[in-house]
Write a protein that binds this ligand. Structure first.
Ligand SMILES: C[S@@+](CC[C@H](N)C(=O)[O-])C[C@H]1O[C@@H](n2cnc3c(N)ncnc32)[C@H](O)[C@@H]1O
Length: 306
């Protein structure tokens, strides 16, 4: 984990020096933008590290090319290069994640959900202070843990089932430097020991036929993993402990079944639950297994144990 993360940090430092900025859109928007521009090769840093376009060696400065080469971050395709890593900005931070398209099973996620997750945490955490030890389940790039650690000053534990995600998270965390953290490769909370008083999560919430770890939320139209993590959080937290879940819920015939399941899993908690966005990833509804779904809503749940 540490070797890979050293390589990624070298790139983040080089991009910070060059005042790089890029906000990552959804995969569907990304594909449309590339199609609209009919651009085949990168001409600037945003093309290389944001739009993941192939590039000729002269498209970037020699020092940056050396950083990419020395740190094993390049693929070569017919005399052109392609960065294996994408980099996005959120406020003053840089986040490394996987290049587009994220077709591999171990792709490291960062996208519009990450931006919304961060805003959800920033809005809800100030009312829950103080906190001593937090867990970000399925931390991915580490963006949620970094945000929560800054707001709460709590020690963080970042878990993920994908070891590559933990390498990226370690690099992003080290660059952002919000405090002390542990990185645990495990499913859910299974590898976390000791007391925790805050659990946050942005789980996969799509029923993904390709079963990619960053995307596939399992049964219940992708809601199963959210339910499982809520169950685990309910068992782990003591009185006053808080669980913050940002997730997607497939609304079927006007009914939010995930909401009912989460309230059930979190009996004994004071809960607030609201829709953050009524309609995301509408293109998923073209699939047969979503035929009975009205819409996918993004929801935010805050649960505090009584
Ligand atoms: C939608 S991504 C969110 C990443 C990050 N929290 C964010 O907000 O950008 C979901 C993450 O959960 C991880 N994941 C999937 N199944 C998991 C499991 N059973 N246990 C722990 N992590 C898991 C994935 O590898 C991925 O990094």
């Amino acid at each position: 984990m540490k070797q890979k993360s050293r390589e990624i940090r070298a790139l983040l430092a080089a991009l910070r020096e060059r005042h790089y900025h890029f906000v990552t859109p959804t995969p569907a928007t990304h594909a449309r933008v590339l199609a609209n521009r009919k651009k085949r090769y990168a001409v600037d840093l945003r093309d290389v590290f944001g739009w993941s376009l192939p590039f000729a060696p002269e498209a970037i400065d020699a020092a940056l090319l050396t950083t990419l080469r020395d740190n094993n971050l390049l693929d070569e395709e017919g005399g052109r290069f392609r960065s294996r890593v994408r980099v996005s900005t959120l406020d003053d931070d840089l986040f490394a994640h996987s290049a587009f398209p994220t077709t591999q099973n171990d792709a490291v996620f960062f996208g519009p959900d990450s931006y919304r997750f961060v805003r959800f945490l920033q809005q809800t955490l100030p009312a829950l202070l103080p906190r001593k030890r937090l867990v970000d389940i399925g931390a991915g790039s580490g963006v949620g843990a970094i945000t929560a650690a800054r707001v709460t000053q709590a020690r963080a534990i970042l878990t993920d089932i994908n070891p590559l995600a933990l390498s990226f998270a370690y690099a992003n965390w080290s660059e952002a430097a919000p405090g002390e953290a542990d990185f645990v490769e495990c499913s859910g909370l299974s590898g976390v020991t000791g007391d925790v008083d805050l659990i946050i999560a942005n789980p996969p919430y799509i029923a993904d036929p390709d079963h990619r770890a960053y995307r596939d939320g399992g049964g219940m139209h992708g809601g199963e993993l959210s339910f499982t993590w809520a169950h685990q959080a309910a068992r782990r937290l003591e009185r006053g402990g808080a669980f913050l879940l940002y997730t997607g819920s497939a609304i079927v015939n006007g009914e939010d079944k995930l909401k009912a399941a989460l309230f059930d899993a979190l009996s004994g908690f004071d809960i607030t639950y609201r829709e953050i966005d009524p309609d995301v990833f509408g293109e998923e509804l073209e699939r047969e297994d979503y035929a009975d779904v009205d819409r996918i809503a993004v929801v935010g749940l805050v649960a505090v144990k009584r």
